[in-house]
Write a new protein. Structure first.
Length: 384
């Protein structure tokens, strides 16, 4: 992911202030009219499900409306707008920036694609605040936290008591986090991978590619009941916490801490939560500071490229094309089966920038992008 420097984002904030002042000098009619933008969204039609395609195209149009509005607020390039949209606090909350909208048209434009055109009123003030807040989190990696927990001999994995505590704390500290709905989808899809990710760096990369995370936080917690305290009805709850942060681009451990704390409470569940909070509070500052110290925001990242339509020899040729692209450091073949292949591409930038360069250099191929996320893409490719 391309991340702004603090200086660059400060410039954006200044630009916002200047543009805001300029708007106030205009007449009221112009100011009100400027809140409305026209945007078009598109989505694939899968299994002839027009309703789902319409919903997806509408969501895409709303994202486009917010992106257009950002373009009127900041004096930057298209790349600047793309980078702002990649920030989780804006991208994952697009709906919250749309005050109201009306559909201009909604229709299939082919057998495979649906289009929705809207006029939307964007909450300019809220959007300005969100863009300005980027200045405070410039250089922070996007975080995904997963937990493995033993609560009174009852195991759990994915989103656990400890992961909820850590996520809330790190979000308050300014770290962009993978949102809850994305987490739930990834956990449901990758339970087997989730179980082995605590020992296997390659498995962690798969989860990171699906979520767009750059740093994975692995949290192991054990919660035990020491029994009822003498002379009271309170349970002595103990939390043992092990936590580490792994850079998903290179597998390097950025930070690792262990902590233990106890908390007495009548309710064992409440006591366990309080003990976890105490254990985390002991280590949160050194843990977070070590991440920021070790994180390199402008390094290359691993992008998972899934290909359909090419046999083994054709995949070799396509891999050679990728290696010639500017910003590509290396391409690793994870696997080839029939006319499908998975390549890990080490690239200086995000998947959208990589796809742009692939399209520009793909004179000998017909390429359709099926699913593009920040750290992964699915391509249908045919040699001309």
């Amino acid at each position: 992911m391309q991340i702004f420097s603090k200086t660059g984002l400060a410039g954006l904030v200044v630009a916002l202030i200047v543009l805001s002042s300029a708007c106030k000098s205009g007449d009221k009619k112009t100011e009100e009219g400027s809140d409305w933008v026209t945007a078009t969204g598109r989505a694939p039609i899968v299994d002839n499900r027009l309703g789902r395609a319409k919903d997806d195209a509408l969501a895409d149009a709303k994202k486009e409306a917010v992106a257009i509005k950002i373009g009127t607020l900041v004096s930057g390039t298209t790349k600047t707008v793309d980078n702002i949209m990649e920030n989780s606090s804006i991208k994952s909350q697009t709906e919250g920036f749309i005050e109201t909208y009306r559909i201009v048209h909604a229709r299939p434009i082919s057998d495979y694609e649906y289009e929705v055109k809207i006029q939307a009123k964007v909450k300019e003030g809220k959007l300005k605040e969100s863009i300005a807040s980027l200045a405070e989190t410039a250089g922070y990696p996007r975080i995904m936290a997963i937990g493995k927990e033993d609560y009174l001999s009852s195991p759990a994995e994915g989103q656990t008591r400890a992961s909820v505590v850590v996520e809330a704390s790190m979000s308050n500290a300014g770290f962009p986090m993978v949102d809850k709905s994305t987490m739930e989808k990834i956990i449901a899809k990758n339970r087997a991978i989730l179980r082995s990710s605590f020992q296997n760096g390659d498995k962690m990369k798969v989860l990171g590619a699906d979520s767009g995370a750059e740093v994975m936080i692995l949290i192991s917690s054990t919660l035990t009941d020491g029994g009822v305290m003498e002379g009271s009805a309170m349970h002595s709850m103990r939390a043992d916490l092990e936590i580490k942060a792994v850079d998903l681009n290179n597998g390097r451990i950025l930070s690792a801490q262990t902590s233990t704390a106890a908390y007495p409470h009548l309710n064992p569940g409440t006591g366990a939560n309080k003990a976890l909070e105490r254990a985390w509070q002991k280590i949160q500052d050194p843990f977070q500071n070590a991440i920021l110290k070790g994180w390199e925001p402008n390094q290359s990242q691993l992008i998972v490229v899934t290909i359909a339509g090419l046999d083994y020899n054709a995949v070799k040729d396509f891999r050679n094309l990728l290696l010639e692209l500017r910003g590509v450091k290396d391409v690793y073949r994870r696997g080839v089966t029939g006319d499908s292949a998975v390549l890990d591409v080490q690239f200086q930038g995000n998947s959208f920038e990589l796809l742009d360069r692939i399209m520009d250099a793909s004179a000998g191929y017909e390429i359709q992008s099926k699913d593009v996320k920040k750290s992964s893409m699915v391509l249908q490719i045919r040699k001309k």
